[in-house]
Design a binder for this molecule. Structure first.
Ligand code: SF4
Length: 325
């Protein structure tokens, strides 16, 4: 059995809006999932669903309001991230432009993690940098370039190279290709898959692109307004989507094969508006847009139900309002 690299239990990240009025945004609310060694777990949702907040909370950039983050067997939720954690867990951000220091060249950028984590002896530093650049498909000519002198795709490759420098076992990829041209996106995705294959890396891949997820992930998690709606392994997820929100998202994605077309739910149009995260409706948070809502959906928040082994859905239609067979 593979080792569990990350286990998130009932995680909460709340941001205060107005302390006196007790107003806050539940950006992440009671979220639980796990990632095994070698898994690529896709965290999918629209903007504002809380997926990046989960990433930043795991990395210790946001404080945890509740729950556990168990990494390598230890709960780190309310602890300062250790040197060992920073070596084993890395993050690649959506915008490489703002995450790379424009006053340093690529050699300096990559030298820092190699020195901090004492990955190689000082005499081997340059060789290691060339080797790491090569792993992401960049030539050694890039060593003396500034991030300001290279393209967006190349900047993202440098960010990935920097993440690889500490020999991590787990990498969070926060929409790593969403700002890039399609041709560069494919190149970066293929390179990430090759690295994953070679080193049995575990990825938490944050995206809103369900077409991409189908081809790269082992497990899919769907988020809506800070909560998980559905979790399943990728084959089960695409073959048997249950949650009305998942069905709505899947019905809107373009497919390339007859087989995929047959599995795709028929087109479901979103009706209502996405509620404000500070004013989430009573009951199920998706009730303003759900085409299958029943009266209980406006009264009670559904619980997560395991419908088949490893396939979890948070919807009354699979729990209290399950139709009789
Ligand atoms: Fe729709 Fe009700 Fe299920 Fe929420 S609980 S997804 S509103 S049917």
């Amino acid at each position: 059995m593979s080792k569990t690299v990350l286990q998130v239990n009932h995680l909460k990240t709340y941001f205060t809006v107005d302390k006196r009025k007790n107003l806050f945004v539940r950006a992440v609310d009671d979220v639980s999932f796990s990632i095994d060694q070698g898994e690529i777990v896709a965290l999918v949702g629209e903007s504002g669903s809380g997926k990046s907040t989960i990433a930043y909370t795991i990395m210790g950039m946001y404080e945890t309001s509740g729950g556990e983050i168990i990494f390598d067997g230890e709960d780190i939720a309310n602890k300062k991230r250790t040197f060992d954690f920073k070596k084993k867990a890395q993050i690649v951000f959506q915008d490489p432009g703002s995450s790379l220091n424009s006053h340093q060249d690529v050699k300096e950028i990559l030298s820092l993690p190699l020195k901090v984590h004492k990955v190689v002896k000082p005499s081997q530093l340059e060789t290691k940098i060339i080797e790491t650049l090569d792993r992401v498909g960049l030539s050694e000519d890039f060593m003396y370039k500034s991030p300001t002198a290279i393209g967006g795709g190349e900047k993202q490759l440098v960010s990935i190279a920097r993440a690889l420098c500490s020999n991590p076992e787990f990498i969070i990829l926060d929409e790593p290709t969403s700002n890039l041209d399609v041709s560069i996106q494919a190149k970066i995705i293929n390179m990430l898959l090759k690295l994953h294959e070679e080193q049995s890396l575990s990825y938490l891949f944050i995206t809103h692109d369900l077409s991409l997820v189908r081809n790269i992930s082992t497990k899919v998690i769907i988020m809506y307004l800070g909560k998980i709606c559905e979790i399943a392994n990728t084959e089960e997820f695409y073959g048997n989507p249950h949650h009305p929100y998942t069905q709505m998202l899947l019905s809107a994605i373009p497919v390339v094969s007859e087989e995929e077309e047959q599995l795709k739910p028929s087109r479901i149009r979103s009706t209502g508006e996405i509620p404000s995260p500070v004013n989430i409706p009573k009951g199920c948070s998706f009730n303003t847009r759900c085409h299958r809502a029943v009266p209980l959906c406006f009264e009670e928040d559904p619980e997560m139900i395991e419908v088949t082994k490893g396939h979890f859905v948070r919807c009354h239609l699979y729990g209290k309002c399950k139709p009789e067979l």
